[in-house]
Design a protein around this ligand. Structure first.
Ligand code: BTN
Length: 260
């Protein structure tokens, strides 16, 4: 971890807190207090963790059960819409190193196979804050990873969630995962403006949504069909039977298995 903070990568300061509302909110507050890109905020517990689409993000009391972290980054000069995909790839890399066989669900859920099905084990919430006065525009990349939920009771929100330890059957170290995540996220964030084709190639090969029958709840209604490709901007193209529909944001349900 120390190597990561002192090295050439983009993350230079780690703030480790006990209980917070949301690490994304702490990172955003730090900007108002003068923090610059490179700050990493990690918390043991969140009382108001936030997910995409106005959902909450649950985590057990035990600090080692989940990794709850937010990265404060500048806005890349090109390809901002690829940042959530870059974060998904980075989580995938870190969890592979922890021994898990993971797949990505568009746009940026991370899945493990466990208990006879696909279970979500990580989520990503990227928030953009425009420049204001002296303060430059920035991104907060919030990542929640279910590390070890063995013995944790699920509620309706978390019924379909899994964790790394449940998938691998092994212990997993929160700080090792964070160090790997910092390294990978730094590298994929560099690819966003410099090598978007490499990022999209890797994303496409790890994205389990492609080739599947999907139902996507979008702000404009539900799109049903087969997910066929990812655009250069990171959007999902769904073949509905009546032609392709490009989806830039939404909640995907995988409805049919990928054909063999
Ligand atoms: C999702 O899948 O809906 C995204 C979940 C993102 C959760 C993380 S936990 C750390 C950071 N702080 C938050 O309040 N949310 C993100």
């Amino acid at each position: 971890m120390r190597d990561q903070l002192a090295g050439p990568g983009p993350w230079h300061r780690l703030e480790h807190l006990g209980e917070v509302g949301s690490t994304n909110d702490v990172a955003t507050r730090r900007v108002a207090e003068g923090a610059v890109a490179g700050l990493v905020v990690v918390a043991d517990r969140q009382t108001a963790g936030r997910g995409r689409l106005d959902r909450s993000w649950e985590s057990p009391e035990d600090p080692d059960a989940s990794l709850l972290v937010s990265f404060l980054s500048g806005v890349p000069p090109r390809g901002r819409s690829l940042v959530p995909l870059a974060a998904g790839l980075a989580v995938g890399d870190a969890l592979c190193r922890a021994g898990a066989d993971v797949a990505l669900k568009w746009p940026n859920d991370v899945l493990v196979d466990h208990d006879g099905g696909e279970r979500k084990c990580a989520g990503i919430l990227v928030e953009h804050h425009a420049a204001a006065g002296e303060r430059p525009a920035h991104l907060v990349v919030g990542i929640g990873i279910n590390l070890d939920w063995r013995g944790v009771e699920r509620d309706t929100e978390t019924a379909a969630w899994g964790s790394v330890a449940e998938a691998t059957g092994d212990d997993v170290d929160r700080w090792d995962v964070l160090a790997d995540l910092m390294r990978s996220l730094g590298a994929w964030m560099r690819d966003v403006p410099e090598h978007p084709e490499r990022l999209l190639g890797s994303y496409t090969s790890r994205c389990r949504t492609l080739g599947r029958g999907v139902q996507v709840a979008t702000p404009g209604g539900t799109v049903t069909g087969r997910a066929v490709r990812i655009t250069g901007e990171g959007a999902l193209v769904v073949d509905t039977g009546d032609g392709p529909v490009v989806v830039t944001a939404g909640d995907v349900v995988h409805v049919r298995p990928r054909p063999e």
